[in-house]
Design a protein around this ligand. Structure first.
Ligand code: IPM
Ligand code: MG
Length: 371
């Protein structure tokens, strides 16, 4: 077998629903443009996911798609869901109800890195005063395969006088350990600060969370400055002083909420990329498939209009290059190109602009080739 660096990077592109296919199309165009500048070979295949898969095959994810996912280096996913499929209930746990959750579960990508930055040209589009938000750069590291959101202990019980619904919020020590290690490592690669979020004042799962994160910090990452906040206080502080935040370590539910909240510093949820990982390689290619997806949803109301903000997906491609391909030069080219495009005044309507997704994409590609 030839050396890994010479092999094509295997990408599985899954547009999903709503604006998903449009933004993935943008992301792939940028990926191809950057790959050409850094001599990276790509092997891209495309497939359907969730609603689009249900319409075509009657399942949210096909077996063939799962097989292909396991044999890929990286998946680029758009967004899934929409009112057309909301009522469909499939037998099995939460992961069976959603094509994307199934993929996360199947590939065990238990750490989602969600990156929110303040961009100077967009400061006035944020709800913050410029001096409060300028230079904010928040990385929410969200646990992605456990907790209440993936609990098999869930249901709606109709037996009593009043219906009873429950979703068990549980974490094992092993789940917290493997996840915390990624958070600490991310913090180490940034500014060496990690804020862990929980509700240790109320929940048993929160108590264990805090204890285990503290132990991992002391024993394995003494160089990282670890602090703990209760989740409600973290949300409040994040809305007052986003510039004080760096890496936030949170469970599945708090991470879901705080990552959307952190998007306010960018001016639009459409700006946020994510990397869903099961390992954080020191350098070079990752051995395990990862999922890259914008944080936004499928936005059925603007699907097909050609105006979706493609930047969340384009920056997800930057994260793909960084974490799955070991191509930090290519990754940097994309983030620099995005800054230049925003500086030149290009924005989609979610940020008050008039540009189309394709105009934004073309401009990012032009900048990538120039850098
Ligand atoms: C996200 C989304 C998903 C989640 C939904 C669509 C299941 O909100 O990626 O943040 O909660 O994980
Ligand atoms: Mg969410």
């Amino acid at each position: 077998m030839v050396l890994g660096v010479e092999m094509a990077l295997k990408i599985l592109a899954l547009g999903g629903d709503g604006i998903g296919p449009e933004v993935v199309h943008s992301g792939l165009q940028v990926l191809e443009a950057v790959a050409a500048t850094v001599s990276l070979k790509l092997d891209i295949s495309e497939d359907v996911l969730h609603g689009a898969a249900f319409d075509a095959y009657g399942v949210f994810v096909r077996k063939e798609t799962l097989h292909q996912a396991h044999h890929s280096d990286a998946l680029l996913v758009g967004a899934v869901g929409g009112p057309k499929w909301d009522h469909i209930v499939v037998e099995g746990g939460p992961e069976e109800q959603d094509g994307l959750m199934k993929l996360r579960h199947e590939l065990e990508v238990f750490a989602s890195l969600r990156w929110a930055r303040a961009y100077d040209p967009l400061l006035s589009r944020t709800p913050f005063r410029p001096e409060v938000v300028r230079n904010s750069d928040v990385m929410v590291v969200r646990e992605l395969c456990g907790g209440a959101m993936f609990s098999p202990t869930r249901g709606i019980d109709n037996a009593g006088e009043s219906r009873r619904a429950y979703d068990l919020n549980e974490y094992t020590e092993a789940e917290i350990v493997r996840f915390a290690r990624i958070g600490f490592e991310v913090a180490r690669r940034r500014t060496g600060k990690l804020l862990s979020v929980d509700k240790a004042n109320v929940f048993m799962a929160g108590k264990l969370w805090r204890e285990v994160v503290q132990e991992i910090g002391e024993s394995e990452f003494p160089d990282v400055a670890l602090t703990h906040f209760f989740a409600d206080n973290a949300a409040y502080q994040l809305s007052c002083n986003p510039g004080d935040f760096d890496v936030i370590l949170a469970d599945n539910l708090f991470g879901d909420i705080l990552s959307d909240q952190s998007a306010a510093v960018s001016g639009s949820l459409g700006m946020l990329p994510s990397a869903c990982l099961s390992e954080l390689p020191q350098s070079g290619r990752s051995e395990r498939p990862a999922i890259y997806e914008p944080v936004h949803g499928s936005a059925p109301d603007i699907a097909g209009a050609g105006i979706a903000n493609p930047i969340g997906t384009i920056l997800s491609v930057a994260m793909l290059l960084e974490y799955s391909a070991g191509e930090s030069v290519g990754a940097r080219k994309i983030s620099t190109a995005v800054e230049a495009v925003l500086q030149a005044g290009f924005t989609t309507p979610d940020l008050g602009g008039k540009h189309t997704s394709q105009q934004m994409t073309d401009e990012v590609i032009r900048q990538v080739r120039r850098i």
